[in-house]
Design a protein around this ligand. Structure first.
Ligand code: HEC
Ligand code: HEC
Length: 499
């Protein structure tokens, strides 16, 4: 929060931003408890892009955080807030459709059987690398505790680790109701890593040579094959910390290449300093990671930082988003209300002045009297000078697999049913096996029900049920699904057992 002029920022403002001293991005802070290793980074990349981390195999972390979209989500959907069609509506990201604790579709009061939508716009995961706290409101703080034991796993600097577990257990984003960490670990232990994705990047394909499975990847990264929530978070955060978008025209200019930025970009950058945009969008991160209410809408629609601190002074404040790669983003502000970068910049010109709006730290009031020419220059600067081409083109380290939801599927043509489903005793367990549908084209995964509950989502054609109920008869139902999650007719098998 920064309502009153801030002494440090005033002092900092006298530094010449064009000096080489501020040019380079500082090293990404890494918590002592989770040093980056290559094995952890690759495992984290696989986990980040694996849609099997969601309860319905359709949403990866990356689904809502695509590099080519500046780390945000090219899709967008309306969250109606409390009353649809009014100013409290938000443009968020579609997650999974609501699933009950048995993994079955369940009707959601707002979204029915459709995908649920997040209550804020997806933030670039790049911006949070240097922040002590993640999320628009900073609710993912630096102390990271093991959700199984409550023990502190990272004392400070673990916001990314915290954030990763939040998404995995969020019922709108990735999790069915009541999902347990044991369920997720068991699912990953039997999954083919990235089994529902395609076009794997080279480093990922190399790590997955010889059909390596998750337990082996966890052993490579952590010394033994145990899959735990802490290790999942450690690996994902390690990967995120290597995604540093530092090859922009602005970086080259600051490093001494005076031709890196064109005339409009240079004017735009000068204008942003004149208007003191850089007090909040402070180089070289292009954020000061502090919280402000710039007056987009009344704080009662979203308390923002106040929801974390409880302090009414913080009402409606959100963390300043980094402007690196902002030109790639499909929507803007925590509400997602602007669809173009021009409209987001234009907000500062027209600026509906709400009473609760914060001042510019050290700079006092907003007095943005922008000409359209200046607005255009700022636009040019943000779009051209702050975009890292590796991010835009999804080149290493920003490369990624193709997701299931991005692949073509013929909506009109659901897969046909799997064949020869059978179950046979194997000690106290039951071994299920089946054949892919005769017309195998387009089958991506199988949903296996036991007596009405989803017990597994599988890419292979066999499953060992280690926990069959003691009842005398058990019915298994199996559906094949294509990339778009169209379901085949069910195959059923009932096994009767002597008690
Ligand atoms: C359904 C879409 C969706 C999925 C899936 C998703 N996120 Fe996000 N992510 C969001 C939204 C929306 C926000 C902003 C939420 C907020 O701040 O209130 C966000 C925020 C973040 C941030 C904070 C960035 C910052 O600057 O504070 C990080 C990091 C992040 N997500 C990483 C992940 C990881 C890792 C996963 C997978 C474990 C994941 N996300 C899954 C939508 C998603
Ligand atoms: C007082 C601090 C502050 C100042 C000064 C400021 N901004 Fe911002 N800016 C923010 C915050 C906070 C947000 C997010 C607001 C929200 O979502 O409610 C933001 C959002 C943005 C966005 C949208 C980014 C995105 O990813 O959604 C752009 C573009 C932007 N600002 C450009 C500018 C320009 C250009 C100026 C100067 C004319 C400026 N800002 C001045 C704090 C500031």
């Amino acid at each position: 929060m920064a309502r009153s002029p801030n002494a440090t920022l005033v002092a900092a403002a006298s530094v010449c931003w064009l000096s080489a001293a501020v040019a380079e991005l500082p090293p990404v802070p890494v918590p002592a408890e989770n040093p980056i290793t290559e094995e952890k980074r690759v495992l984290g990349k696989i986990l980040f892009w694996d849609e099997q981390l969601s309860s319905d195999n359709s949403v990866a972390c990356g689904t809502c955080h695509l590099p080519a979209s500046g780390g945000a989500d090219p899709r967008s959907a309306r969250h109606p807030g409390t009353d649809p069609g009014t100013i409290d509506d938000v443009r968020g990201s579609p997650g999974i459709a609501a699933l009950d604790s048995h993994g079955r579709p369940t009707e959601h009061p707002l979204f029915g059987f459709d995908r649920q939508v997040t209550t804020r716009l997806s933030l670039s995961n790049f911006g949070s690398l240097w922040a002590g706290e993640a999320f628009w409101d900073g609710s993912a703080a630096g102390e990271f505790r093991d959700p199984l034991t409550g023990e502190v796993a990272i004392a400070t600097g673990g916001a990314l680790e915290n954030q990763a577990l939040t998404a995995l257990s969020n019922e709108a984003e990735m999790a069915k109701y009541g999902r347990t960490w044991q369920e997720l670990a068991a699912k990953l232990a039997r999954a083919t890593p990235l089994g529902v994705a395609s076009d794997l990047p080279d480093d990922v394909a190399a790590a997955l040579r010889d059909s390596r499975a998750y337990p082996e990847l966890f052993a490579d990264a952590f010394g033994d094959p145990a899959i735990t929530p802490v290790r999942i978070a450690f690996a994902i955060a390690s990967y995120e910390r290597t995604l540093v978008p530092d090859q922009t025209a602005w970086d080259r200019y600051e490093a001494g290449d005076s031709g890196a930025m064109g005339e409009a970009e240079l004017y735009g950058w000068q204008a942003m300093q004149d208007f003191q945009c850089d007090r909040c969008h402070e180089p070289p991160l292009f954020t000061n990671n502090d919280y402000f209410n710039i007056g987009l809408r009344r704080a009662d629609y979203d308390p923002g930082r106040q929801g974390v601190t409880g302090d009414p002074e913080d009402a409606g404040e959100v963390r300043t988003p980094s402007l690196r790669n902002v030109g790639l983003r499909p929507r803007f502000m925590h509400t997602g209300e602007f669809q173009t970068l021009g409209a987001a910049i234009g907000f500062y010109r027209t600026g509906a002045v709400l009473a609760e709006r914060d001042l510019i730290p050290g700079g006092g009031n907003y007095a943005f009297n922008m000409s359209t020419v200046t607005e255009g220059d700022i636009h040019a600067f943000l779009e051209n000078a702050l975009t890292d081409p590796r991010v835009r083109d999804e080149r290493f380290p920003f490369d990624r697999p193709t997701l299931r939801t991005e692949r073509d599927a013929d909506d009109a043509l659901a897969p046909v049913a799997p064949r020869d489903l059978r179950a046979a005793g194997e000690g106290a367990s039951l071994r299920l096996s089946w054949q892919a549908p005769a017309d195998n084209t387009g089958v991506v995964d199988y949903v296996l029900y036991r007596d009405g509950s989803v017990i597994a989502l599988l890419t292979q054609t066999t499953f060992l049920d280690t926990d069959p109920p003691p009842s005398s008869s058990v019915t298994y139902t199996l559906l094949a699904r294509d990339a778009a999650q169209n379901e085949s007719p069910p195959a059923r098998f009932t096994i009767s057992r002597r008690q």
